[in-house]
Design a protein around this ligand. Structure first.
Ligand code: ZN
Length: 531
């Protein structure tokens, strides 16, 4: 019986189908979903049994050839981008010249491409193989058991209208999402010009680098820096060169509205429409800065499309999270934030005199366990609730390491003398912090405080401080003032001495004319300070 099974499911076919996944397992096993392997096997079973029934050799060879070609694409993709094919990687590739794509390749990658040689040999052997005899034994019950199981899987997914999303091999899923997201690709291609605005760069230093580290779902009440009982921010806590603001909230409790508001002149009070807003990329570009966006968030999906279109106005855009085809998918896949460090170093080494760098982290987004590597699995808890809190706290511990690393790189980079940075989170996160025992950050009605209470940390190099003594003194004086991050726009322009009609001093928390009396009414209509 085994002999006849081997004839129906020849080893060469299975190798052609599974070698690309095997290459993926060796390159980064954390990015391989078990489901992917199962789906691949199910399709092999179905195709081979059907091909055995219809007995047309040329059709068999066409299927083999298709598997071979798709396999080659997948292997090359794994080797170059270190990730499975995803819509994200298509977006990145469509935005990158071929030369740059090969820039992702390291020396040892070239070695990996030699895997294509045995792969080709298997293919040549398989289309010539005499093993194709199409001798399906009708009495072989194992064949029919496999066939029924595979058919059941497909029909079940078909009935529930999720065949493409959950029941097809990766490439088909990716092509399907590509077709449905085509408008995003067009929009990204069309919106890559920042506005030119009349500005005056009043900075007296010979060069300047400003970094916004944009965190994700970080509730400051889980940081020891802000008094949390677990030591979750040991590194930032030790630093003598950071100033932490302790009364800052985000305008919204979701990424897209917050990010677009934090970086533009929109705020909760003026409600300027998206296409009428002026943002930091426009203004820094106009002030002769080179602008950089480095992101570990997925550029595709309902939460991120608009941010991607926005980010794309920067001179240099680097997406390092290629593991998923949508922002939703990226919530349960792994892409640690340390991936931003290398492009960050490269950016600092680039030749421009003045730089604006936005680093968008995956931070502390749900699923918490996917946000930190094993070495940071430090806090433990009993029971589901405490375990969830422990995982969130571990992600805060890892985030502490990432933010501290970025600051250290900035502080010690020999090319970057005059620099400053701000770390803040797009919004907070409720990790059983409110009385309703909830987790997450998206609520339609009332917003718990945990969802908007964010960290806000200022850092500057010694040279920058010497040049801006008065501003640094004001910053120190204001660190306990209340602030909403939708006015970060004004604070950043002010800090970097960019003069423009769009800068309102009373909205800059770094300015001595700052008005801290602004009433903080959130999107749910409640006054935060009276909650
Ligand atoms: Zn967010």
């Amino acid at each position: 019986m085994i002999y006849s099974l081997k004839k129906i499911f020849p080893l060469h076919f299975i190798l052609l189908a599974l070698i690309p996944i095997l290459v993926g397992c060796i390159i980064d096993i954390e990015l391989i979903e078990l489901r992917l392997i199962v789906i691949q096997l199910i399709w092999i079973v179905l195709l081979l049994i059907v091909l055995n029934i219809i007995k047309i050799p040329v059709l068999y060879r066409i299927v083999l050839t298709l598997y071979f070609l798709i396999g080659c694409i997948e292997i090359v993709h794994w080797v170059i981008l270190k990730a499975p094919i995803s819509l994200t990687s298509l977006l990145v590739l469509s935005n990158t010249t071929l030369n740059e794509s090969f820039g992702f390749m390291e020396a040892k990658s070239t070695f990996w491409l030699t895997i294509l040689v045995p792969y080709l040999i298997i293919y040549i052997f398989s289309i010539q193989s005499k093993q194709i005899q199409f001798n399906l034994n009708i009495k072989n019950w194992v064949v029919w058991l496999l066939f029924s199981a595979a058919s059941f899987f497909l029909i079940e997914n078909l009935v529930h209208e999720r065949l493409i999303r959950k029941g097809t091999p990766l490439l088909i899923r990716v092509i399907d999402s590509y077709i449905s997201q085509k408008t995003l690709f067009d929009e990204v291609a069309a919106n890559n010009e920042p506005k030119n605005i009349l500005v005056k760069n009043n900075s007296t230093s010979p060069s300047n680098t400003f970094v916004v580290i944009l965190g994700e779902s970080c509730n400051r009440n889980h940081m020891s820096l802000y008094g949390y009982n677990r030591n979750t921010s040991p590194k930032l806590g030790k630093r003598k060169d950071v100033i932490s603001f302790d009364n800052v909230i985000s305008p919204y409790s979701n990424t897209i509205n917050s990010v677009l508001s934090i970086l533009s002149n929109h705020n909760l009070e003026n409600n300027i429409k998206v296409n009428k807003r002026i943002d930091l990329i426009d203004l820094f570009h106009s002030a002769n800065y080179s602008t950089h966006w480095i992101s570990n968030q997925s550029p595709i999906g309902i939460w991120d499309n608009q941010v991607t279109v926005f980010a794309n106005k920067s001179d240099h855009v680097t997406h390092v999270n290629l593991s998923s085809s949508s922002s939703f998918e990226s919530t349960y896949t792994t892409s640690y934030d340390n991936k931003v460090l290398e492009p960050f170093i490269k950016t600092l080494h680039s030749s421009a005199k003045n730089k604006l760098i936005v680093v968008h982290l995956m931070g502390n987004h749900i699923s918490y366990r996917k946000r930190y590597p094993q070495e940071f699995d430090f806090f433990k808890g009993n029971g589901e609730k405490n375990r969830t809190i422990a995982k969130y706290d571990n992600s805060i511990l890892y985030n502490d390491y990432i933010v501290d690393s970025i600051l250290s790189i900035l502080a010690t980079d020999p090319n970057t003398k005059y620099s400053s940075a701000i770390y803040l989170s797009d919004h907070g996160e409720n990790v059983y912090d409110d009385e309703l025992n909830r987790t997450g950050h998206n609520y339609s009605k009332t917003i718990p405080k945990a969802n908007v209470e964010i960290p806000f940390i200022f850092w500057a190099s010694e040279s920058f401080k010497k040049m801006n003594i008065e501003t640094v003194n004001t910053i120190l004086k204001h660190k306990n003032k209340r602030f909403i991050s939708d006015d970060l726009f004004h604070s950043v322009l002010d800090l970097n001495s960019i003069e423009t009609e769009y800068l309102i001093q009373s909205r800059s928390v770094f300015n001595q004319n700052y008005n801290s009396k602004r009433i903080r009414i959130l999107e749910d209509g409640y006054d935060y300070d009276e909650k």
